[in-house]
Design a protein around this ligand. Structure first.
Ligand SMILES: [Zn+2]
Length: 161
């Protein structure tokens, strides 16, 4: 196992909430119960460092969110990575009671092949009826970039927010 895949978190107490920054993988080694006792009230999970999620990790995560429910009054997810969004779109209960604030969407430039993950705010997209991806210009060549996923499918979790 490489150091980069091991799940880690950094907990910071802010005046109004607890901020938790996750990095690594959700897998059978993820020790979520060790985090449980540190959390109560309003909690924000920054998921921008989540690289990989397997089926054991999904089970652990859902059990963790269920255990959080009586302790945490308000739960927000930010910076959800594409692997995390994929699970949001396919696994019932993957978000628990959380509100999704922001997430990364994979974009590609069809002209030069440049790829980039763009941070999108859920509230900006949820306001639209058709959930069309926002436009970005390629930083390499200036050409317009395309969402490298089917918009309807990749954004489908926003319909539940
Ligand atoms: Zn380009």
């Amino acid at each position: 196992m490489t150091a980069t895949s091991e799940l880690r978190w950094r907990v910071r107490e802010r005046p109004d909430y607890t901020h938790v920054e996750f990095t690594g993988a959700f897998d059978e080694n993820a020790n979520f119960p060790a985090l449980l006792g540190k959390l109560s009230g309003a909690v924000v999970f920054d998921l921008g460092g989540i690289s990989r999620i397997n089926s054991a990790g999904i089970r652990e995560w859902i059990a963790f969110l269920r255990a959080l429910r009586p302790r945490v009054s308000d739960l927000v997810f930010t910076h959800c990575t594409p692997p995390f969004v994929t699970q949001l779109n396919s696994i019932y209960n993957f978000r628990g009671t959380a509100r999704i604030e922001s997430f990364f969407a994979p974009y590609v430039c069809r002209k030069c092949g440049s790829e980039e993950a763009k941070l999108l705010l859920a509230k900006n997209l949820s306001k639209q009826r058709d959930l069309s991806p926002p436009a970005f210009a390629c930083e390499e060549c200036g050409h317009s970039m395309d969402l490298d996923e089917t918009a309807d499918r990749f954004f489908s979790f926003l319909r539940d927010s």
